[in-house]
Design a protein around this ligand. Structure first.
Ligand code: TYD
Ligand code: MG
Length: 453
């Protein structure tokens, strides 16, 4: 007779215990242990495992390196994030908040790939819902096969019949395996089903994409263990109120993690954005005060963003400070430096700051544009929409160099800006003859304000 075994798992970090405990010793979470059946004694039989040779130990120098073959996704932005396409036999996890567009992204990819059968397994949506989405995207592709199934045994059986070139699972939280009795979405199910697909990908050389939901605190639900098991972790993020979406690589065994792909969600699915600045700069004809353009870098890509500030006299005792898309504490620090080092009185003013386009910026090179937009609004003097900024501000009011100033200048130049203000200390090794834009170098905050206002 088969024996049922069960154990307790922390639902927040995935650690295991043979008995129930109130507080997780590894992540400190309270009341997170849940009993899960891990084995019912049944043996799991995998159809795909046949012909699998046992590995033998050998010196690293004897291992011949095959150039990994990569499968293009038909989307240049996606390929870029993966490091030039999907590696055969790799397993990729795409995470993101509900409703951000993960299913749309992967269905669109499946529809884009031609002459290769792609199996899209959905446990979340019905076939007709997927059909509706495909109609919106507007691509017809016979090789895109839809399967509504959540049992891994059944999925592997269909894979055996269909022999697809890639498998997409939407989502890992809906899968369950017959070897375990716990419910779909529990830690042990996620761990087991993901490892079945990992083994599948490695033995058959067929790439697998797993879609995973992200919890409120930004973790892929069904813990960190998933991230260790897969080759690549991609995060799909963006502000739901804007069309702008960023696909970011968090872990990649076959490429750089500083790459990112940019998309725009419109009524025909996702559009690839090869020139992000076009989306981030708002179109306007006349000059308005309180607006400054910063040349920032996200991942490997330079892009221009618009910083908007509104400075007004505080109506009540304590002035209000708020920032959207920018760290409020950093804004307060910049305002303190501005007040102390250049004499602009902002301590009695309300200051509101906004990064246009709904993105969040952490690049310190945006400091100078923040300061410029604040002064511009306080003084009600427009900066002019042909100038941009790229430098960090130090506590003593010095303008500091930032990384890759040359690509920032290049991007501004390409987009037809006439002037860029950078730190005096960031011009080493940069040949100004390469650019037609006028480069203004400044060493401290007063030099900058003298130059502008
Ligand atoms: P979806 O891919 O279902 O998100 P996820 O799988 O991450 O939960 O995306 C759903 C959102 O995208 C939904 O709010 C509608 C929107 N959308 C468009 O705006 N245009 C489109 O062409 C499609 C297909 C979806
Ligand atoms: Mg979905």
């Amino acid at each position: 007779m088969s024996k049922t075994k069960s154990t307790f798992f922390c639902q927040s970090c995935g650690s295991q215990s043979s008995k129930w405990i109130g507080k997780c010793p590894s992540c400190g979470e309270w009341n997170s242990f849940v009993e899960e059946v891990i084995s019912t004694g049944k043996k799991d039989v995998k159809a795909y495992a046949k012909g699998n040779k046992k590995p033998v130990p050998r010196p690293i120098t004897d291992i011949s390196l095959k150039k990994e073959s990569r499968l293009g996704t038909g989307m240049a932005e996606f390929d870029r994030v993966l490091g030039g396409g999907m590696v055969a036999g790799s397993i990729i996890l795409v995470g993101g908040e509900p409703g951000i567009g993960k299913s749309t992204l992967l269905l669109q990819m499946a529809l884009n790939i031609s002459n290769n059968r792609i199996l899209y397994v959905s446990g979340e949506e019905s076939a007709s819902q997927l059909k509706m989405r495909a109609d919106r995207i507007g691509i017809k592709n016979q090789d895109c096969i839809i399967l509504n199934e959540t049992s891994t045994n059944e999925i592997f059986r269909h894979i055996g019949d269909l022999e697809p070139g890639m498998v997409i699972i939407d989502s890992i939280q809906t899968l369950h395996t017959d070897v375990l009795e716990s419910t779909a979405g529990s830690i042990s199910q996620i761990r087991e089903t993901a490892s079945e697909f990992q083994k599948f990908a490695k033995t058959t050389n067929i790439p697998v994409v797993l879609i995973g939901h992200i919890t409120k605190d930004g973790n892929i639900a069904g813990p960190k263990i998933l991230e260790h098991m897969v080759d690549t972790v991609l995060n799909f993020e963006g502000d739901r109120h804007y069309g702008f979406r960023i696909l970011r690589s968090v872990k990649n065994r076959f490429g750089s993690t500083s790459e990112l792909g940019i998309f725009e969600m419109n009524n025909k699915g996702l559009r690839e954005v090869s020139n992000p600045s076009e989306l981030l700069l708002s179109q306007r004809d006349e000059d308005v005060s309180g607006v400054a353009i910063a040349a920032m870098i996200e991942g490997q890509r330079p892009m221009l963003v618009e910083v908007q500030a509104l400075v007004g006299t505080a109506a009540y005792g304590t002035p209000q400070r708020s920032a959207t898309g920018f760290d409020t504490r950093r804004m307060n620090m910049l305002l303190a430096v501005l007040e102390k080092r250049s004499g602009y009185k902002v301590s009695t003013k309300d200051v509101f700051l906004n990064i246009a386009g709904g993105i969040r910026v952490d690049d310190p090179a945006i400091d100078l544009a923040v300061i410029a937009s604040v002064i511009s609004s306080a003084e009600d003097v427009p900066i002019g929409n042909n100038i941009c900024f790229a430098a960090e501000l130090g506590l003593s009011g010095e303008i500091r160099a930032v990384s890759r100033t040359d690509s920032r200048i290049g991007e501004a130049d390409k987009l037809g800006f006439e002037k860029i203000i950078v730190s005096k200390y960031s011009m080493r090794g940069i040949d100004i003859k390469n650019f037609s834009i006028e480069i203004i170098t400044v060493a401290n905050i007063t030099e900058m304000t003298d130059n502008l206002f």
